[in-house]
Design a protein around this ligand. Structure first.
Ligand SMILES: C[S@@+](CC[C@H](N)C(=O)[O-])C[C@H]1O[C@@H](n2cnc3c(N)ncnc32)[C@H](O)[C@@H]1O
Length: 214
């Protein structure tokens, strides 16, 4: 998957198709992140969640791991515009999370927004295992994802939309994945327990907050 081509248009395309619905999902559990001191944002895209996190939490330091150089450029520009003190709290890592080697292993916040759906089930299991191995005992994990909505009509509509989104990403980024993975099982298998969740867009969008319990 290479998001360089779509990066400059990513935000406008998102607003055009979903309005501010995805934005609301990303920021849903921001209040749970105010006590974090060391965060890893995975596939953080153009940095909108990053900016909000830094503004909400003046003490957090962030590793921002993103495979697309163009997305990193946009995110870095966004944070530089906030000021030097904000930029100094972020380490931008332009690499594939599957090969990322952290300089620490005590993250107390993990965020994956519309990221886990870029992977197969086995990749999500592997990624969850790696992330858990870098996490503190009480680490919180904030997830935003698409999901198949409940209810006959909504379920059908959501499946069609998810297929269309995967097709669009396949054409524009080369993404090979075609189905949503069961990330809940992967997080649970690695010691994370669901704390709360919120749904919107007739059940198509879900944000959830998980906590590591060991
Ligand atoms: C659908 S976008 C979501 C971006 C952002 N999290 C958001 O909420 O808008 C997925 C992002 O994950 C990045 N990505 C995909 N695979 C990755 C990987 N293996 N390692 C790091 N980043 C990756 C892509 O470059 C892209 O920016």
């Amino acid at each position: 998957m290479n998001c360089d081509l779509i990066a400059p248009h990513y935000q406008s395309l998102e607003y055009l198709t979903f309005g501010k619905s995805l934005e609301r999902r990303r920021f849903a559990f921001l209040s749970a992140a105010v006590a974090a001191r060391s965060a890893i944002l995975c596939g953080g895209g153009d940095g909108r969640f990053l900016a909000r996190l830094l503004l909400a939490n003046p003490l957090v330091r962030v590793d921002f791991v993103e495979a697309s150089g163009k997305m990193i450029e946009l995110a870095e520009r966004r944070i530089r515009a906030l000021g030097h003190a904000f930029r100094a709290r972020v380490r931008f890592e332009a690499c594939d999370l599957r090969h990322f080697k952290p300089r620490q292993s005590n993250y107390d916040l993990i965020a994956t927004h519309f990221f886990l759906d870029c992977f197969s089930q086995s990749e999500v299991s592997e990624l969850s295992q790696r992330l858990a191995s870098w996490a503190s005992p009480q680490t919180q994990w904030i997830v935003s994802e698409f999901q198949e909505a409940p209810g006959v009509f909504a379920n059908l509509a959501s499946r069609v939309l998810i297929r269309a989104l995967y097709a669009a990403f396949r054409i524009s980024t080369g993404l090979r994945i075609t189905h949503l993975p069961n990330y809940e099982a992967a997080l649970a298998a690695n010691g994370f327990r669901l704390q709360c969740d919120e749904h919107s867009f007739a059940g198509l969008l879900r944000s959830s907050l998980w906590k590591r319990v060991i």
